[in-house]
Design a protein around this ligand. Structure first.
Ligand code: ADP
Length: 372
């Protein structure tokens, strides 16, 4: 797996019981996954020679992020490396402009959008619709809300163009909530769909995920799952695909984003589903039959632990574990920095309010926001 973050760390965890040997390409020995994987190649994922050295001897390579240059992946593929998902699919997760064009071509519902040339063009885009505010996104390189701006006039619209990358404008969707439809597809064409989840975002960062999304109509849930499966098929995706969605006030879903790797919206599945997103991603890239994606319990709530002011989260374990023996804690071994995702907690059970309160309490306690 290329990328040493927490996604690789958790994918490695899923590979262990399958007896799948796991090699990592990471930036440093301190990366979240480098701390637990024994076969680590250190180097720059933007360097073709490093990628070649890493891929030699691997049956298949896959990713914990989407930033490996597409042209290098094409070269590796031409040299016989099994790259999954392949560059022709991955490019739609790397470039938001190409993603929107592709989704349009297959008739997937999206917010109104187009590429914009400069701030004056943003104003034109605004006037073609309901005016400002407009959402601007750099087409490449963004994550966790970096590379996304909500601008209210032409002066503010200047900022995204400073990065020197193409800029995509989108209508600001007045959504009821954000959902995610996660599916996994294998090269065989087998696919499984996880229940559609609600994902609560603050400042572009996922804070909480509830599986399944409460009060979602069965029709809309089925529509969202069918949409995600269709995208996975049409784009010929191998592995886990997260389709981030907006639920609109008139009961539709619009596609916000695609992620072709395990995703924060699927972390609940480690404890809450029969087969986790990480295991299914590994099975898919190895073209093995996929595991059951169904939940084990009526409700699962995952809350991210974001770094707070306390550098030592472990001092909170005594309280959290004593208070709630059903709590599942996942820490990523990362240094605590304010706002950084350093772990998550999961609670499951029959009663949504109870499950949610327990998960929120534990995350807030670990973060140091509450002390009792
Ligand atoms: P990233 O690549 O950083 O994940 P996203 O495209 O998912 O960026 O945007 C981050 C967040 O910004 C979304 O989760 C959503 O809350 C908000 N957002 C993005 N696009 C729109 C839009 N068109 N309308 C309203 N809110 C949006």
């Amino acid at each position: 797996m290329i990328g040493g973050g927490q996604l690789a760390r958790m994918a490695h965890d899923a590979a262990i019981p399958l007896g799948v040997r796991f090699r990592l390409l990471a930036d440093t020995p301190q990366d979240s996954a480098s701390l637990v994987v024994n076969d680590v190649v250190l180097g720059d994922y933007r360097d073709l020679e490093t990628l070649r050295r890493f891929a030699a001897g691997c049956d298949v390579i896959t990713f914990d992020h989407e930033h490996v240059p597409t042209e290098h992946l094409r070269t590796l593929l031409a040299e016989g490396v099994n790259v999954r998902p392949g560059p022709d699919a991955l490019v739609f997760a790397q470039d938001k402009g190409l993603m929107r064009a592709k989704l349009d071509s297959i008739g997937a519902p999206c917010p109104r959008h187009r590429l914009v040339a400069d701030p004056a063009d943003v104003t034109k885009f605004a006037q073609e619709g309901d005016g400002y505010p407009v959402v601007l996104k750099t087409t490449r390189g963004g994550y966790d809300g970096k590379g996304v701006w909500v601008v209210k006039d032409e002066t503010e619209a200047a900022e995204p163009f400073r990065a020197g990358v193409a800029v995509l404008a989108e209508e600001k969707v007045d959504f009821v909530r954000e959902l995610a439809a996660d599916v996994v597809r294998s090269p065989h064409g087998q696919a499984v769909a996880y229940p559609v989840v609600e994902s609560v975002q603050k400042d572009g960062i996922c804070h909480e995920v509830v599986a399944p999304a409460p009060d979602l109509s069965p029709e809309l849930a089925a529509e969202a799952q069918a949409l995600a499966l269709r995208i996975a098929g049409e784009l010929d995706i191998t592995g886990h695909l997260a389709v981030e969605l907006f639920e609109t006030r008139d009961g539709r879903v619009l596609v916000n984003e695609l992620a072709m790797r395990p995703h924060n919206s699927g972390h609940w599945s480690i404890d809450g589903a029969v087969t986790s997103q990480f295991e299914n991603h590994i099975r898919a890239v190895l073209d093995l039959p996929l595991g059951d994606p169904r939940p084990r319990q009526p409700w699962t709530v995952m809350v991210n632990v974001l770094g707070g002011d306390y550098p030592d989260m472990y001092s909170a374990y005594l309280h959290c574990m004593a208070r709630d023996p059903g709590l599942r804690i996942h820490m990523y071994g990362k240094d605590v920095k304010p706002g950084r995702k350093v772990g998550h907690v999961t609670v499951f059970g029959d009663d949504l309010e109870d499950v949610r309160e327990r998960a929120r309490h534990a995350a807030a306690y670990l973060r140091g926001d509450i002390t009792e």
